[in-house]
Write a protein that binds this ligand. Structure first.
Ligand SMILES: [Fe+2]
Length: 176
């Protein structure tokens, strides 16, 4: 078994629902923010702590999944009831995203809503790349995110369904 990612052989999301989710995401306003950090704080963080123009770096936004997606997941996938059902949208992915570990989850089940050529890469603690994959459209993957990773060589916009369990410490942090 690959410790970085695994294909899940779960059912495909019907095309009609996938299109609805893309439209929903492109018009959604309930942005949760970069990695769950509120958008304004994250922009401040990039600008003042990292001295990076927030507009120039790839951005990851999460949106609460609509009821149609939640219903479909409940009826079609063996995912526990306490999982988050969200949509994530990367922007600016033609540049390299920061190498990071997700603070709010150890892994997620992800499904790309449109084809893309982006690569997901993992690194050891010396930042040497140890694995790389091009996730395929219409395939569910278990994506490990508590090992250093990033996404490169992407399109300007990349939208995926993401299912995961939030780690307890993160829940407490965001409840404040
Ligand atoms: Fe990540």
């Amino acid at each position: 078994m690959n410790q970085y990612y695994q294909e899940m052989y779960w059912p495909e999301i019907p095309d009609e629902l996938a299109q609805e989710l893309i439209n929903y995401t492109n018009s959604a306003t309930n942005i949760i923010g970069n990695y769950g950090v509120p958008q304004k704080l994250s922009a401040w963080w990039m600008k003042n702590l990292h001295k990076i123009d927030p507009k120039s770096i790839p951005r990851l936004e999460h949106f609460e999944g609509p009821d149609s997606l939640k219903e479909w997941v409940k009826n079609n996938l063996p995912v526990p009831d306490d999982y988050e059902i969200k949509i994530q949208k990367f922007s600016n992915l033609s540049e390299t995203s920061p190498i990071h570990i997700d603070a709010m989850r150890k892994f997620s089940y992800n499904y790309l809503l449109a084809p893309g050529k982006a690569k997901t890469n993992w690194f050891d603690n010396e930042f040497n790349m140890v694995e790389s994959v091009q996730y395929k459209h219409k395939v569910w993957y278990r994506h490990t995110s508590d090992i250093l990773h990033n996404v490169t060589e992407g399109e300007p916009i990349r939208i995926a369904v993401t299912l995961f369990k939030q780690v307890e410490a993160w829940k407490e942090f965001t409840d404040i």
